[in-house]
Design a protein around this ligand. Structure first.
Ligand code: IVH
Length: 733
């Protein structure tokens, strides 16, 4: 291990002076400032080992304990908190939207090559642009499927550099300042110490460009959550990463485990070092995450070899790549070649072919979504595509079926990009072996409840018009409870089915029959098993313990846990409720913006289209959808119902209470259930202040286990002391 927090002086020095100084150093306990410094250095070191080098040397618990100690010290000495402290990754929430900032030099894109011939032609052009006497080298890198980002570092204390700003690519000339969110990415150094700058030969003000990448596991999880919540899945990891980096909740960004791979180093908009190879090396030395699969080679044949070796890696990397980027190594040669309008002449992206497979279309199922939208889903003969077995693909809508001219029994080409949901891109014509195929009949009535299907003029989708269609209610409930929406654990498919009076084991095909009262499952069990316990989302909040205990496979523990989850969801806040209501076009981000702007459901439901459009990023289409939503009596009823059932429908900023106004609290020790942040949040939400040190002016000290000197001080000053229960009591009263 490199640096250790409690450094033991090396014993064995012979001269007395050295010993004296050691004894002196040991006698003098490190000041809080020294402890903080040393902890920060140590934590940074371990973050680098973990997030950048992927080679941790301590356990998560050991890391957490150092972090907690640092948090505690900083809380006690708020004056010593600096923005580059590892505790400051998740800071305050960004304001409405993100400010726009001009780039030091445009962030361009790359020209593409799709085969060997195009790549060799590019190599020819590069050579033609340079004097024939010059040799050249290329650097091959993975083409990461993420979004590009510019990080600006500037002078900090003690010759170090600190992260000043993170900008998205935006339109290439101007980006969005997403610093708050970028700070949560663990592989982004918040600061670079003078020593590291020195070994990397870097000044303290520089700009690093690179790619923000979402790991595949996080991408799949995020899309599962989105699909479960009735939202469209992100099309690829790039969109998912972009959506994440632009959310207004830094906590969400922190959870998604984004990575930042650095690949450019600039100063005042100019490349700093003489070659790209040296740039990557310097970035690595300075502590940035540089993709390990980069290689400097001598000619285009070696580039082609690199590509051939890299393509199979795709399945094992853990993040999505869509090709290889080839860059001319020498900065001087790059300058000579320059740029075309939108891309450098000295670099090119070699794109891999999309992963595709051919299989047979066995059948088409029609799914009814939360909004009543009917989606045709292809059931396929299982086929292995890029390491994943694909059995379903989306056919989007009736127009798409017509456009493809696809029939049941056809062989189809299925593509899987970075997407979770594969799509059918073409029918594979086989005139020599004509098969018996069958026309796909789009249903005229809702496949679940039998109501009319309607198509709004100008739209492609057919929708079930019945607001109470069991399929729609089911999807509404699943959306409401989903992670990222109201987060009600334990309210999944099987539980929702039972609450709606259906068997917990329905599969989607059987579910399509659920509207028919005498329908049975494959095993012959009736589909509709009992009277529904609930009919609307509001009914969830009226559920009784006895009712749940009457369901299949629900014991006391399950029932109580679910009720506790439902109760807890009442305080999810306005933004989540808006998302949960499933207003068209109102996703996570719009929900947050609306909640911030209007502050309460009441204010929002009275807003005119014009007032809605005053909100950043809300255009006429979204405004119209919101107005329409609040014009439907059933929706207003549900909102009133939810409000009377105790759901919190005001945004955070408007609920700051006055109960604790003028009171100052000091937190010390470990509380039994609340973290320090949670306790602080509660106190502040009630209008109180939290301070780091005890004085005569302190109103209360809240003490937990192992409360130390602050508790003693409170007692000696006669300041009132509470435990956690006492605090909660006070908050209630
Ligand atoms: S170099 C002017 N290197 O690909 C130079 N880009 O199609 C452009 N990308 O906007 C960037 N991996 O978001 C570079 N190793 C890599 C890359 C990479 C992914 C992205 C980047 C860029 C896009 C261009």
């Amino acid at each position: 291990m490199g640096r250790a927090y409690a450094q033991t002086p090396a014993v064995g020095g012979k001269n007395a002076l050295r010993w004296l100084s050691i004894i002196f150093a040991m006698a003098k306990a490190p000041s809080a400032e020294e402890q903080i410094q040393s902890l920060r250095e140590e934590i940074r070191h371990h973050e680098h080992l973990y997030y950048v080098l992927d080679a941790p040397e301590i356990t998560d618990a050991e890391y957490d304990s150092r972090m907690n100690r640092l948090k505690q010290l900083e809380q006690e000495h708020p004056g010593l908190i600096t923005p580059d402290s590892p505790t400051q990754r998740v800071g305050g929430k960004p304001r409405e939207g993100f400010p726009k900032v001009a780039h030091s030099r445009p962030m361009l894109s790359l020209d593409n090559a799709y085969n060997e011939e195009e790549l060799r032609a590019w190599d020819q052009r590069v050579r033609a642009g340079l004097p024939s006497s010059e040799t050249l080298r290329y650097v091959c890198e993975l083409k990461l499927d993420g979004l590009s980002m510019a990080l600006h570092y500037t002078h900090a204390a003690n010759g170090a550099a600190h992260l000043e700003r993170g900008l998205t690519r935006g339109d290439g000339t101007t980006g969005e300042d997403v610093t708050t969110n970028v700070r949560t990415i663990r592989s982004v150094p918040l600061g670079v110490a003078a020593k590291k700058l020195h070994s990397a030969h870097l000044p303290a003000d520089f700009e690093v460009r690179g790619e923000v990448v979402l790991p595949q596991t996080a991408f799949v999880r995020m899309n599962e959550e989105r699909v479960a919540a009735g939202m469209a899945p992100a099309a690829n990891p790039r969109n998912a990463a972009a959506g994440t980096i632009r959310t207004l909740e830094p906590n969400i960004v922190a959870q998604r485990r984004l990575n930042f791979y650095a690949y450019f180093l600039l100063r005042n908009g100019e490349t700093l070092l003489p070659s790209h190879t040296e740039t990557l090396e310097a970035l690595r030395t300075a502590g940035f995450l540089v993709n390990p699969h980069a290689k400097t080679v001598k000619d285009i044949d070696a580039v082609l070899e690199f590509i051939a070796r890299t393509e199979p890696l795709r399945e094992t990397l853990g993040y999505e790549i869509d090709g290889v980027v080839v860059k001319l190594d020498s900065t001087a040669q790059q300058r000579r070649l320059g740029f075309t309008g939108k891309a450098p002449r000295w670099a090119i992206a070699y794109k891999f072919a999309a992963r595709a497979g051919i299989t047979k279309l066995e059948d088409v199922l029609f799914q009814v979504g939360r909004t009543g939208k009917v989606t045709p889903v292809a059931a396929l003969t299982p086929v292995l595509i890029g390491g994943t077995t694909v059995t379903r693909a989306t056919l989007h809508n009736a127009d798409e079926i017509e456009r493809l001219g696809v029939k049941i029994g056809d062989f189809v080409q299925v593509e899987r990009g970075g997407d979770v949901i594969p799509k059918i891109v073409a029918v594979v014509d086989d005139k020599q072996h004509p098969r018996g195929t069958q026309e796909i009949r789009f249903p005229a009535k809702c496949p679940v409840c039998g109501s009319e299907l309607m198509r709004i003029e100008g739209e492609v989708d057919w929708r079930c018009v019945n607001n109470s269609c069991p399929a729609r209610v089911r999807e509404e409930l699943l959306h409401w409870s989903a992670r990222g929406v109201m987060n009600i654990e334990g309210l999944g498919d099987a539980m929702v089915a039972q609450l709606l009076g259906q068997s917990p084991d329905l599969n989607p095909a059987e579910y399509a029959l659920a509207g028919e009262s005498d329908a049975v499952t494959e095993e012959g069990a009736p589909i509709a098993t009992r009277k529904p316990l609930i009919h609307t989302v509001g009914d969830l909040y009226r559920l009784k313990r006895e009712q749940l205990l009457g369901l299949e496979r629900v014991g006391e523990k399950t029932a109580d846990a679910l009720l506790a989850q439902i109760e807890r969801s009442k305080s999810a806040g306005l933004a989540r409720v808006l998302l949960g209501l499933g207003i068209r076009f109102v996703g996570e981000r719009t929900g947050q913006l609306l909640a911030q702007h209007f502050g309460s459901m009441n204010a929002l439901r009275q807003a005119t289209a014009e007032e809605l459009e005053a909100v950043n990023e809300v255009g006429p289409k979204v405004a119209q959808a919101i107005v329409e939503f609040f014009a439907v009596p059933k929706n207003l009823q549900l909102i009133d119902d939810l409000e009377s059932l105790g759901l919190k429908v005001a945004a955070e900023k408007k609920v700051i209470g006055t109960a604790f106004e003028g009171l100052t609290f000091v937190l010390t020790g470990t509380l039994p259930t609340l973290t320090r942040d949670e306790a602080k949040e509660k106190i502040e939400a009630a209008g109180g202040k939290v301070s780091g040190s005890v004085s005569k002016k302190t109103s209360y000290v809240v003490a937990g286990d192992e409360a130390g000197s602050k508790l003693e001080k409170a007692q000696s000053l006669g300041v009132k002391v509470l435990n956690e229960a006492g605090l909660l009591e006070l908050l209630k009263g």
